[in-house]
Write a protein that binds this ligand. Sequence first.
Ligand code: NAD
Length: 228
Amino acid sequence: MKKIVILTGAGISAESGISTFRDSDGLWENYRVEEVASIEGWYANPKLMLDFYNERRRQVEKVQPNAAHKALALLEQKYDVTVITQNIDNLHERGGSSKVIHLHGEITKAQSTGDPFWTRDIGYNDLHIGDCDDHGYQLRPFIVWFGEAVPEIERAAKITTSADILIIIGTSLAVYPAAGLMNYAPQNCVKYLIDPKAVPAGGIAHLNIIREKAGKGVPELVDKLMNE
Ligand code: NAD
């Protein structure tokens, strides 16, 4: 079975109604990115961070996977597919994908501030100041913020080295180390990039650029790959 590795960013969830980072001038839902997506932001104002991610969690509960998420799941009928996402939403899983690596965490989980490897499913429930793990450490959202290590990056890089086909969707390729993953794909791997804007992927051999929104470009590419 051929292996497909799919790297997705905020753009794949845009048509579900979740806004991206860079399309709003470095603001995320009207907050400065550093304020709500960095470890310094957490130390400065944990309540603001909890409230912000409580809001994001409620939003994820309300939205639905779109045609792009659903189309990617169909590829599993013919290919060995791994989705590596920078997104913290759960729309790939709800769209039917079975192997999803979240590089930047998951909004439906909490993490202990005393032990980064302690995580727990919280579904769509809010987190508050005073919510603690069994050892009394404050809980925080399970999100990899700027300034923190990306524990899943090695697993993701290893899987990418065995890709026959790499599909990059809806990412500005501005956030490292995620943006560097495509460099792990083998030379002869067939690569596609779907994004309505030009993104900086220069120097990558055999890159097929599809300048479309994910809701149109992904189902079309999936159709082609299912008929190859
Ligand atoms: P980004 O905001 O930097 O870039 C978004 C990209 O998506 C842009 O290149 C844009 O042209 C493209 N795009 C916009 N609409 C699209 C559409 N309909 N179809 C396809 N592409 C479209 O996002 P990023 O590269 O993922 O990096 C920012 C970080 O933001 C990530 O680490 C992620 O964790 C976080 N984030 C996540 C979510 C989410 O979970 N849904 C939402 C916002 C931000």
